[in-house]
Design a binder for this molecule. Structure first.
Ligand code: NAP
Length: 457
C-alpha cells in the first residue's frame, strides 16, 4: 500500500468509529446533539480521505459537485421542524440516487468483466437504490401535500406489483447469467424505478415515517453493496449501520402503533373507512378562565403534546405556561407517546428546542401510573395517542395501540382547533367524556392566553 492509501484507510477507520459512536449517542435525547456532530464529523473525515484517492486526477468536477450539493443542502437544512419528514425523504432519495449512479457507471466502465460476486452486489445496489429514489420522492411529495396523501389504490394493484417485482428479479437473474446483456441490466434498473413508485403510492401520508425508515434501510443496504463493488470499507460499515438501524426503527414504530409491517405497507391505512366507535354524548366546551383556575390550584399537571403542538409551533408557549405553574409550586410533567406527532422523537425534539429539561419528560409507561393522581391532564393537539378506544374497543381500527391514559386523570383539558380527527381518521370518545373539557383554538394561541389568565389568578 502507498502512503496515500494508508492515509485513506486511516480516515475511513476514524469515520467508521465516529459513525458508531454517533449512532450510540442518538439513543438518548441528552446525547443526541453530540451524536449528530460525531456522525457529521465522521462523514467529513470520509469525504476528506477520499479526496486523496490516487484515481482522482481532476478536482474540478468534485469541486462543482460539492458546490452544487452545498447549494441544495444548506436551504434543505433550514426547513421548519414540521417539514423535517419530507426533508429526510429527499435526503434518502439523493443518497440512493448517488448509489444507483455509481452502480450504473461501474457497469458502464467494467461491463461483463466483473466476476459473479461483484455483479451480485452491483445488482443489489442498483435495484435497492433505484426503488428507493422514486419511493422517497413519492414519500416527500405526499408529505408536502404535492400529491394526494391518502392511499392511491386501483384494481389488480397487488398483481401488477407482484408482476413488476418478478420482472425486476427475473431481469437481474438473466443479467447474472448473461453479464454482457446490457438490456437485462437496464431493464432491472427501469423495473426498480417503477416498482418504487408503485410500492409507495398505496400508503397513506401518515404512514410515511415508517415507509421512509424502511426506504432509509434500503438506501443503507444499497450503499453497503456499493462498498463491496468499490472495495470501500467505510461504505460497507456506514451502509450496514444505516440499513439495520432503519429496519429496526421501522419495526419499533409499527410496534408502538400495534400494527404489522404488512399492514403498514399493504393495508391502505388512511383510506376513508367506516368503523364502529364507542362514541356517545356531546363535547363540553370550557372557558379560558375556568381552565386557568384549575391549573393554578393543581398539585400536578401533565402536558400531553401531539401533532397539533408541532403544527401550531406551540412548544415555547407550553414551556412558558409550565414555568409559570412551577413557579406557583405546581408539579409539571410532559408525557411523551412514542408515536406522537409524525416522526420518531418528534415531541422530544420540539420540547428540547424550547429548553424543557429532559428530567421533566416522561415516557408513556412512566406517566400512565401517575395519571389517576394527576389533577389536570392538558392534551395539546394530540388525538390518536390519547384515544381510549384503542384500549377499550376491540373493534376499533387502532385497537391494541398503547395510549397515554389521560382519561384516568381527575380533569382533562383538550386544546384543539375544532372537531378535526387525528391521523387515523377515527372519532375520539375521550372528547365526549364528562371528565373532559374542550378548549378550542390554535394550540399556541390557547397556551399563550392561558399563561396570561393564570397570571391573573
Ligand atoms: P393526531 O392523532 O394526528 O391528532 C392531531 C390533532 O391535532 C388533530 O385532531 C387536530 O384537531 C389537532 N390540531 C392540528 N393542528 C392544530 C393546531 N394548530 N392547534 C391545536 N390543535 C391542532 O396526533 P397524535 O395524537 O400526535 O398522533 C400521531 C398519529 O400519527 C398516531 O396515530 C400515530 O400512529 C401516527 N404516526 C406517527 C408516527 C411517528 O413516528 N410519530 C409515524 C407514523 C404514524 P383539529 O383539526 O380539530 O385542530
Amino acid at each position: 500500500m502507498t502512503n496515500a492509501q494508508y492515509f485513506i484507510e486511516a480516515t475511513y477507520l476514524i469515520a467508521s468509529i465516529l459513525f458508531v459512536l454517533g449512532l450510540k449517542s442518538l439513543s438518548h435525547p441528552d446525547t443526541a446533539r453530540r451524536g449528530m456532530i460525531l456522525a457529521a464529523a465522521g462523514m467529513a473525515a470520509a469525504v476528506f480521505g477520499t479526496l486523496f484517492h490516487p484515481d482522482i486526477h481532476n478536482y474540478l468536477y468534485i469541486a462543482i459537485g460539492m458546490i452544487v450539493g452545498s447549494l441544495i443542502g444548506i436551504p434543505m437544512a433550514m426547513v421548519p421542524m414540521t417539514a423535517m419528514p419530507q426533508r429526510t425523504a429527499l435526503s434518502h432519495a439523493f443518497g440512493a440516487l448517488a448509489a444507483s449512479l455509481v452502480g450504473i457507471s461501474e457497469y458502464v466502465i467494467h461491463g461483463a468483466n466483473m466476476g459473479g460476486i461483484k455483479m451480485g452486489a452491483l445488482g443489489m445496489e442498483v435495484m435497492l437504490g433505484s426503488l428507493t429514489v422514486t419511493g422517497s420522492f413519492i414519500a416527500a411529495a405526499k408529505l408536502q401535500e404535492m400529491m394526494r396523501g391518502t392511499p392511491i389504490m386501483f384494481k389488480g394493484q397487488q398483481i401488477v406489483n407482484l408482476g413488476l417485482f418478478i420482472a425486476m428479479i427475473g431481469s437481474f437473474i438473466m443479467w447474472l447469467i448473461h453479464p454482457g446483456g446490457a438490456g437485462y441490466f437496464y431493464s432491472t434498473v427501469g423495473c426498480a424505478f417503477v416498482f418504487g413508485i408503485l410500492l409507495v403510492i398505496p400508503i397513506g401520508a401518515a404512514d410515511m415515517p415508517v415507509v421512509m425508515s424502511l426506504l432509509n434501510s434500503y438506501a443503507g443496504l444499497s450503499s453497503a453493496a456499493t462498498g463491496f463493488v468499490l472495495g470501500n470499507n467505510v461504505l460497507i460499515i456506514a451502509g450496514t449501520l444505516d440499513g439495520f438501524s432503519g429496519f429496526i426503527l421501522s419495526i419499533l414504530m409499527c410496534k408502538a402503533m400495534n400494527r404489522s409491517m404488512t399492514n403498514v405497507l399493504f393495508g391502505g391505512f388512511g383510506s376513508p373507512v367506516s368503523v364502529e366507535s364507542s362514541v356517545s354524548g356531546t363535547m363540553r366546551e370550557v372557558g379560558l378562565d375556568d381552565v386557568a383556575v384549575q391549573l393554578a390550584y393543581a398539585n400536578q399537571v401533565v402536558f400531553v403534546p401531539g401533532y397539533g403542538m408541532a403544527t401550531a409551533q406551540a412548544q415555547h408557549a407550553v414551556r412558558e405556561l409550565g414555568n409559570l405553574l412551577e413557579e406557583r409550586g405546581v408539579s409539571v410533567k410532559y408525557a411523551i407517546h412514542p408515536v406522537a406527532g409524525r416522526m420518531p422523537g418528534h415531541m422530544n425534539v420540539l420540547l428540547a428546542e424550547a429548553n424543557v429539561p429532559y428530567s421533566s419528560l416522561y415516557e408513556m409507561e412512566q406517566i400512565n401510573p401517575e395519571l389517576p393522581s394527576t389533577d389536570v391532564a392538558v392534551v395539546i393537539g394530540a388525538n390518536d395517542v390519547v384515544n381510549p378506544d384503542a384500549r377499550d374497543n376491540p373493534k376499533s381500527l387502532i385497537a391494541g395501540m398503547p395510549i397515554i391514559e389521560v382519561d384516568k386523570a381527575k380533569s382533562v383539558v383538550v386544546l384543539k382547533r375544532g372537531k378535526g380527527k387525528g391521523f387515523s381518521g377515527l372519532e375520539n370518545p375521550l372528547f365526549f367524556k364528562p371528565v373532559t373539557g374542550m378548549l378550542y383554538g390554535d394550540a399556541k394561541a390557547s397556551l399563550t392566553n392561558l399563561t396570561q389568565a393564570v397570571q391573573k389568578v
